[in-house]
Design a protein around this ligand. Structure first.
Ligand code: ADP
Ligand code: MG
Length: 630
């Protein structure tokens, strides 16, 4: 047996360079580490200078606590950290850093200079290193704080260099990284210059929304809905864009766990599910989401760059995030300033539903003034009562109907607390935007446009409501509420009617009887291609119900008919709501429009139809005046 083995310990420098690859993948990852160090050092203002996309130079100056000369000499060593001493400390971690690897890694692949001074010291110290090897250290004059400068990144790792993208792309990644950090640290000032041009200038603020405005502009900030929920285990808060705004990519979704920016699949999935059905296909919302939970509930030590985390109870996190966002989405209110008091014609003409959060009022069983209204588009000239008796397309049948009480209605949520003004945790200043507690029915009705749109006036411009989309949402939510409380209400037919089917045999319908029953259709097979219909959903006129059944059976086809998963039910409800809702191209009388708007006010998710198309589009006066070049 040979004496000498083949295994050798790598020289420290080679080991460092290999390890550096994990931490410093590209210039933006070095920037992230440096900024996190400055934040950990308690800095209030940071300024970053970048040349050549970060390859030529990354320099970060902060006004943090600085380091003693001895610490400055140590800080470039691998596993040199002031932030933890034992593994146990990880469970109480309050800092971004803890591995003591960042400076060592950056140093090993660049020409590094650290200048630092503690406030109590008379002067600072400067350390220069090349490829991780300290070349010199000396006293220097400087204001308290730290400046770390990395030049010629990856000069000694040609393989890594080859993988870098263009300077413009690397620079964009740096900006993205600073934005992520700046969002979570809005009280800290940031400036970034790229190739000597000011790229970001973010003065310190005292509100997240203000930082959002600085970064992404007024329009985006205005599209946001605040949310916050606190349980014993976690706090979830942030802003989510109104469902009428969407983006082609997920780039406006920012997720944080304990203030740390993370890209987490679980959080991404909760967000996308919360918006399910509200955005057009392939579009993404803008969301700034903060999850705070005890340090021992989350493992931050699973990723070298710490951009991924592991939750101890991921199911609970998923559920809580989904729930708070979904509740918020269910109750978006159009951002329309209210008409001045007494100006609303809707109020004078009929008793309108209680103001404030409509659905709170609805969760009580007081009969609503809308309860007995019948919506009949066919016979506009007759009175609502006459229409109810004649049975047109009815929106609400009688006051005994269950109201829109989704199992997770907003009662007791953050939103309703705001409305009642009883929120214990003072909502962020931005929530004054819930002056937006305005409802479609309270805006001035100007009329109908091209038999497809309802035109409304608000103080600030015009609102066009798509009558089909609006009615579809109203119908869908009613059906869904009925389904949730035991099944869609059936109205028995006086005379059972035979219905001939073309695509699907009566045999297949037989297998789907319970599903059809839950959807409000009572049928029996009768011959190979014929069924007998004994009852249809009470929400629709009997003749309408017959047509809907046919559309449903034919539209869903054999395979889908019997499927009874929650999502299969939703699909069927959408189909029924779509086919059973007033079409564009139908003239509506004024009372019909008013009823529709009132019902829309009461429906959750009332800013989009069940397929995610908008129910209304808004034209601001400013916009209109611009078109007139005023
Ligand atoms: P970590 O952040 O994981 O501790 P780093 O390699 O990033 O490891 O930094 C090593 C140490 O250097 C830190 O623990 C901290 O004590 C010190 N340090 C780094 N940057 C700064 C800074 N900007 N201001 C003050 N101290 C710093
Ligand atoms: Mg660090």
């Amino acid at each position: 047996m040979a004496e000498n083995g083949i295994i050798r310990l790598l020289p420290e420098q080679v080991a460092s360079q290999i390890a550096a690859g994990e931490v410093v993948e590209r210039p933006a990852s070095a920037v992230k580490e440096l900024i996190e160090n400055s934040l950990d050092a308690g800095a209030r203002r940071l300024s970053l200078e970048v040349l050549g996309g970060g390859r030529a130079l990354i320099a970060l100056r902060d006004d943090g606590c600085g380091m003693s000369p001895a610490d400055a000499r140590l800080c470039l060593r691998r596993h040199a950290t002031s932030k933890i001493h034992t593994l146990d400390d990880l469970n109480r971690l309050r800092s971004f850093g803890f591995r003591g690897e960042a400076l060592a890694s950056i140093a090993s692949v660049s020409r590094l200079e650290v200048k630092t001074r503690q406030a109590q010291d008379a002067c600072g110290v400067v350390i220069r290193a090349l490829g991780g090897e300290v070349l010199e250290s000396a006293e220097c004059a400087m204001a308290p704080g730290t400046r770390v400068e990395a030049r010629d990144l990856f000069f000694n790792t040609p393989a890594r260099l080859k993988f870098l993208k263009s300077a413009a792309t690397e620079q964009a990644a740096i900006i993205d990284c600073v934005q992520r950090l700046a969002l979570a640290n809005f009280e800290i000032g940031f400036t970034v210059t790229c190739d000597e041009r000011l790229a970001l200038d973010l003065p310190p603020t005292n509100a997240l929304l203000e930082r959002i405005r600085q970064l992404f502009g007024e329009d985006f900030a205005r599209s946001l809905l605040a949310f916050e929920i606190s349980t014993a285990e976690m706090t979830i808060s942030g802003f989510a864009s109104h469902s009428q705004l969407s983006f082609a990519s997920a780039r406006m979704i920012f997720t944080y766990v304990n203030q740390r920016s993370v890209r987490d699949r679980l959080l991404a999935r909760s967000v996308s599910q919360a918006y399910a059905g509200l955005l057009p296909r392939g579009r993404y919302p803008g969301v700034i989401l903060f999850v705070e939970l005890p340090a021992h509930e989350v493992d931050v030590n699973v990723h070298p760059m710490k951009t991924e985390v592991r939750f101890r109870r991921s199911g609970a996190v998923f559920e809580a995030v989904y729930r708070v966002l979904r509740d918020r989405m269910a109750n978006q209110i159009p951002h329309v300033p209210p008409l001045a008091a007494g100006q609303s014609p809707a109020k004078s003409e009929q008793q309108s539903a209680p103001t404030g959060l409509a659905r709170n009022a609805f969760d009580q069983s007081t009969p609503s003034p809308l309860a007995n209204f019948a919506f009949c588009a066919a016979a506009q000239t007759r009175s609502p009562d006459a229409q109810a008796k004649s049975g047109g397309l009815r929106l609400v049948v009688d006051s005994a109907l269950p109201r829109y009480s989704e199992p997770h209605s907003s009662a007791g949520t953050f939103e309703s607390k705001i409305a009642q003004g009883t929120s214990a945790s003072t909502p962020p200043a931005t929530l004054t935007r819930s002056e937006a507690l305005v409802r479609y029915s309270e805006l001035r009705l100007l009329g109908q446009f091209l038999a497809g749109y309802i035109v409304l006036e608000h103080d600030d411009g015009l609102l066009l409501v798509d009558q089909h989309a609006a009615h579809e949402r109203v119908t869908f939510e009613k059906l869904r509420a009925e389904l949730a409380s035991g099944g869609v209400r059936v109205q028995a037919r006086l005379v059972p009617e035979a219905l001939e089917l073309s695509r699907v045999g009566a045999g297949e319908v037989l297998g789907a009887l319970p599903t059809l029953r839950a959807l409000g259709f009572e049928v029996e097979p009768f011959g190979p291609r014929t069924i007998v219909v004994k009852g249809t959903p009470a929400l629709f006129a009997p003749s309408e119900g017959l047509r809907l059944l046919k559309d449903l059976v034919e539209g869903v086809g054999e395979e889908g008919l019997a499927q009874n998963s929650a999502s299969a039910f939703e699909l069927k409800l959408k189909l029924i709501a779509c086919h059973g809702s007033v079409r564009a191209g139908r003239a509506l009388a004024e009372p019909e429009m008013r009823r529709l708007l009132e019902e829309l006010d009461l429906a959750p998710f009332n800013t989009t139809c069940p397929h995610g198309r908008p129910t209304y589009i808004r034209f601001d006066l400013r916009q209109i005046e611009r078109m007139f070049r005023r």
